[in-house]
Design a protein around this ligand. Sequence first.
Ligand SMILES: [Zn+2]
Length: 245
Amino acid sequence: MPVAENSDVKTYFPWLTKKHHNYRGTIQLLRKGRNWYIAIPIQVSSALNQEVNVQAYTPIGVDLGLRHLAVLSEPISGKRQFFSGKEVGYIRRHFRSLRRSLGKKKAQRAIERIGQKETRWMKDYNRKLAKNMIDFALQFDRPLIKMEALDDIRQTAKSMKKADRTIHSWAFYQLKQFIKERAVKHNIPVVDINPFKTSQTCFVCRHVEKDNRHRGAFQCKNCGRKTHADLNAANNIATSTSLAE
Ligand SMILES: [Zn+2]
């Protein structure tokens, strides 16, 4: 029996409900009128677990970052799609300058409202982005999405101010959640990849060197191949066999 919380059905211990993603998959205790229910979640599709037979799928590498929010690549066909981070950067700066213009203490309420507006905008944007990414994946036969485990994004964002970093890792976490949720709807499995050196490794000759990558550009010190750094990473992710724990 699917359970939805509404005015009749009340969930007890709300931190156990699916609104709190970390606890998804836990038993829920609910009350409807005089009756009490226990909801036991079952996972209908095994799409999210990593026991998928990866060989039977067309792997699509997803590189998430700041220059590009996402680069998707299917290395066999060579098809790829870049999702720019420009719009998000622009909107962030816009909201930040709005907050600044309001001064410090006197406009605290207004500043909070702007913060909420930004959060809503980001959520909406992430939802659309996840949809477009899944649409890209759907052009392939039996697509499989591979993404890096989240830790690497914090690394990418190391140079940023602490507050910006927090917003970023939160936004990326949300984006990954939306991608996973949407993928499940279309029966597309998603696997997390160990992010170890995916951005420093040459996709063609497998040579690993930090200097292979220079900002957005990738040029292999061994074979000389030049390509886009995020695309090179997406290709490595697509072909990676190192699943994250
Ligand atoms: Zn190379």
